[in-house]
Design a protein around this ligand. Structure first.
Ligand code: GLP
Length: 260
């Protein structure tokens, strides 16, 4: 597991975008795993800039999103489908039919989850998965205690997650109490994983995930057992880490990635 500590949120976004752009250039028909939330917005803006100014080509790219709220449709402004369309897909040349987001309004939600797992397998698995992290250490909507081998399924959201995500809704009571989410097991099968985090509100979850024991109580700590995971975080999110980690410049000088 690699940890890159960036100077700020802007640099975090650029470093993560450069990793994704590099993988897309190397494999134009790559299968991306994508995430929502406030954290990836600037990274998606950078990918849009690369598309417009540098010709980064998404025409053959396939994507699968991590999760979706249960009970709301893709047209709902707080749905993750709407988020992806407005923050990324509408601004790049990706074929919308190659973009997959779980259907929160599916009549049979359990069947929707099974179909999603099958579609990921049929696509050859996820080449590179983007993750954010919840303040309680969750990844996607795998709340503390989610089994490490869990698959895409219906999940109950914790009070903390509902409160954390209330900022996107008019009222906390509007936040759905359940979601459809890839499981920890689904995520761990991605060939490469990049977790991004900024803000001091993530510092506690990151210190437990990176330097604490591997435990289902902190789902992001499970990533310690993944062969190709990079945490790209900023100095605010890194305040509780005890060990020293690389800066983007140090990584670049070794031929890794990234910041110009
Ligand atoms: C939600 C999403 C997660 C995301 C988390 C953090 O719970 N399901 O995938 O990582 O929010 O969001 P933010 O980036 O807004 O802090």
């Amino acid at each position: 597991m690699k940890v890159i500590v960036c100077n700020n949120s802007e640099e975090m976004s650029k470093v993560a975008a450069q990793i994704f752009a590099d993988r897309i250039r190397k494999k134009p028909n790559i299968v991306l795993g994508l995430a929502t939330g406030g954290t990836p917005v600037k990274m998606y803006k950078e990918l849009i800039r690369m598309h417009k100014e540098e010709g980064l080509d998404f025409s053959k790219v396939v994507s699968f999103n991590l999760d979706e709220y249960l009970g709301i449709s893709g047209n709902h402004h707080q749905s993750y489908r709407y988020f992806m369309d407005t923050n990324l897909f509408n601004h790049i040349n990706i074929n919308k039919s190659n973009t997959h987001v779980l259907n929160g309004k599916a009549k049979d939600a359990a069947a929707e989850c099974k179909t999603y797992e099958d579609a990921i397998k049929k696509a050859g698995g996820i080449d590179i998965q983007l993750l954010g992290i919840g303040g309680n250490g969750h990844i996607a909507f795998n709340e503390p205690g989610s089994p490490k081998d869990s698959r895409t399924r219906i999940v109950d959201l914790t009070k903390k997650t509902i409160e954390d995500n209330a900022r996107f809704f008019v009222d906390v009571n509007e936040v759905p109490k359940q979601a459809l989410s890839m499981g920890n097991g689904t995520i761990m099968e991605a060939k490469e994983i990049v977790l991004i985090a900024d803000k001091t509100s993530k510092a506690d979850a990151l210190s437990k995930s990176i330097e604490g024991p591997v435990t289902e109580q902190v789902p992001a700590s499970l990533l310690q057992a993944h062969k190709n995971t990079t945490f790209v975080i900023d100095t605010d999110a890194a305040v509780k880490l005890k060990k020293k980690y690389e800066s983007p410049k140090a990584t670049a000088s070794k031929g890794g990635c990234c910041c110009k």
